[in-house]
Design a binder for this molecule. Structure first.
Ligand code: HEC
Ligand code: HEC
Length: 503
């Protein structure tokens, strides 16, 4: 709340995902590719294999360009984005890890210089110094992963840092080692995929097949080891986080499944076109492989980001930048008193600081579909019960009046038509929709908080009575504020429910 709010029209999630996923895809290749180059250069020199040396030279040009130019640009891009999107969290990371960042940037400087000299050294240096330079490059690149890995894993599993505040506790946190191994394996896999891309353009076919087979081994071994490491990583995430996600968050599971799907696609394509038919390896196919690699890595990062909800730093700061240490104070004063940069529109300011980090009205994780056709009292009630909804959200810590102001802001952007007109539904179908919108956010059918068994088999009057006293049925459950048509349709739908039924 101490920083101005950067109101980009597209969702924060999309913006940061686009820049960050591209960056990790390039930066991990910078590590794996360095290793691939030195190992293969040594083998090729020993065997006097000039074809392969030519290929490595070509690869290292492509490598230097992608890692230095695109890698550095997207890296700076990440700092711009996270600094503007989550300034409070970035401040925590800088304050706690300032020496780690300083070391990181020193490593980058050496890494970049080594890569440039390595590329120019192909023509101008003898074998030994050239390979030494390659090793220096690779070691520094890997060390930069070592450092950043400590900070990245800290955000999901800060471990005993939460009590001690000690640098080393935060750095060597519970998921540090599995994540380091996982990322190193992914780096090796990506080296194989990038090498295949460059190899796909090679002539003659014999040379292409030889190099493609070798690069495929990198891809397959890296992928297989990465999957084992992913399991290890998953096991080391504290059970509290994984259980809450399994019960209340649809996204991490979907992201993980997508990750496995891409892994299967990579394995299949690699075996088929890298090992069985390497002569047929076409550039377009190698591009598809690269895209699958991007998908694989991207969905892993998506998983890692989404399982952290509602936090940006687990147990320390919520996704909207509210530190857990300040929750009591906020509950007393409300949000507005703590927002330093105010625009004059309180509803909009409150919406930005409480919800906008994770939602837009009609783009990324849109709120319009969740609220269209409902009334302001309902929206206000849901805001105050945000922590009860499926989705693992931070609690709304503002006053009831502030919840009302956010609701007013949201309501003004909603479709004004009532639910029946909005969706063109009647009877049981309308009732089901009313249930999804007014009840299903907390009682999703078949999910955590499913109330089918309590709801099934009552008489219509009982349903009526229940809706009349809805706000007394549970702390945080809103009153039923739908109109008579909605009410009748909802009751009609509820009478169709059967106990034990899971939809
Ligand atoms: C830390 C991120 C975060 C913040 C902050 C946040 N939400 Fe959410 N919200 C989520 C996630 C994640 C979901 C689950 C849905 C999904 O994954 O698409 C969700 C779901 C919802 C849903 C349920 C949608 C449905 O129909 O099931 C509503 C309504 C909602 N949020 C409203 C709000 C409001 C209002 C605020 C501000 C007071 C807010 N959220 C703040 C992350 C957040
Ligand atoms: C903001 C979240 C929220 C919404 C929306 C909500 N409820 Fe609830 N509901 C709760 C909470 C919290 C409880 C009390 C804890 C519990 O039983 O899970 C509860 C309890 C209940 C119970 C009592 C269950 C029992 O086993 O005794 C029923 C029945 C119920 N809700 C039905 C509904 C219906 C029908 C709607 C829609 C009109 C609805 N709820 C909307 C949060 C909500």
């Amino acid at each position: 709340m101490n920083y101005p709010f950067w109101d980009v029209p597209i969702g924060y999630g999309i913006l940061i995902a686009a820049v960050a996923i591209l960056h990790v895809f390039i930066s991990h290749f910078a590590i794996g590719g360095g290793f691939y180059l030195v190992v293969n250069e040594r083998a090729a020199r020993r065997a006097g294999d000039t074809g392969r040396l030519e290929f490595l030279k070509r690869l290292s040009k492509f490598f230097t360009l992608t890692t230095l130019v695109a890698g550095a640009l997207t890296g700076v891009g990440i700092w711009f984005c996270i600094g503007l999107l989550s300034p409070a969290a970035v401040a925590v990371l800088i304050r706690n890890f300032v020496w780690a960042w300083a070391i990181e940037w020193t490593l980058f400087a050496v890494e970049i210089a080594a890569a440039i000299f390595y590329y120019y050294g192909w023509e101008r240096m003898s074998a030994m110094p050239h390979m030494t330079l390659g090793w220096i490059y690779f070691m520094f690149a890997w060390l930069s992963l070592f450092v950043i890995n400590g900070i990245l894993t800290f955000m999901l599993t800060p471990g005993s840092w939460l009590e001690t505040g000690d640098f080393w506790d935060g750095f060597f946190n519970p998921t540090f080692w599995p994540s380091l191994v996982l990322r190193s394996c992914i780096a090796a896999m990506l080296a194989g995929l990038y090498a295949l891309l460059v190899a796909s353009l090679l002539q003659p076919a014999d040379l292409k097949a030889r190099i493609a087979r070798n690069a495929t081994s990198w891809g397959i071994c890296g992928l297989a080891a990465a999957l084992v490491a992913l399991y290890w990583y998953w096991k080391w995430i504290p059970p509290g986080i994984t259980q809450a996600a399994a019960q209340r968050l649809p996204t991490p599971a979907a992201a993980l499944q997508l990750c496995y799907g891409f892994a299967a696609a990579i394995a299949l394509l690699l075996v088929l076109f890298g090992w069985v038919l390497p002569r047929r390896l076409h550039f377009a196919l190698a591009l598809i492989l690269m895209a699958s690699g991007l998908g694989f890595f991207g969905s892993f990062e998506w998983f890692r980001e989404s399982i952290r909800k509602p936090y940006i730093i687990t147990g320390f700061m919520y996704g909207n930048g509210v530190g857990l240490a300040h929750t009591e104070q906020l509950r007393e004063t409300g949000y507005l008193a703590q927002i330093v940069y105010r625009t004059g529109n309180d509803g909009a300011d409150l919406f930005r600081h409480a919800c906008r980090n994770c939602h837009t009205m009609d783009g990324y994780k849109p709120l319009k579909p969740a609220f269209d056709g409902t009334d302001q009292a309902f929206v206000a009630a849901i805001i105050q019960s945000a922590h009860l909804l499926r989705g693992n959200m931070p609690p709304f810590l503002g006053t009831p009046a502030e919840a009302g102001a956010v609701a007013g802001y949201i309501k003004a952007k909603l479709d004004p038509r009532p639910l029946p007109a909005l969706y063109g539904l009647r009877g049981v179908a309308l009732g089901e929709r009313v249930f999804q919108i007014r009840c299903g956010k907390c009682h999703p059918m078949g999910g955590q908080g499913d109330k089918t068994n309590s709801l099934a088999g009552l008489a219509p009057e009982d349903y009526g009575n229940m809706l009349d006293m809805a706000s007394e049925m549970g702390v945080g459950m809103p009153a039923f504020t739908g109109d008579a048509t909605e009410r009748a349709a909802l009751i009609e739908y509820l009478t169709t429910l059967q106990a034990g039924e899971k939809k």
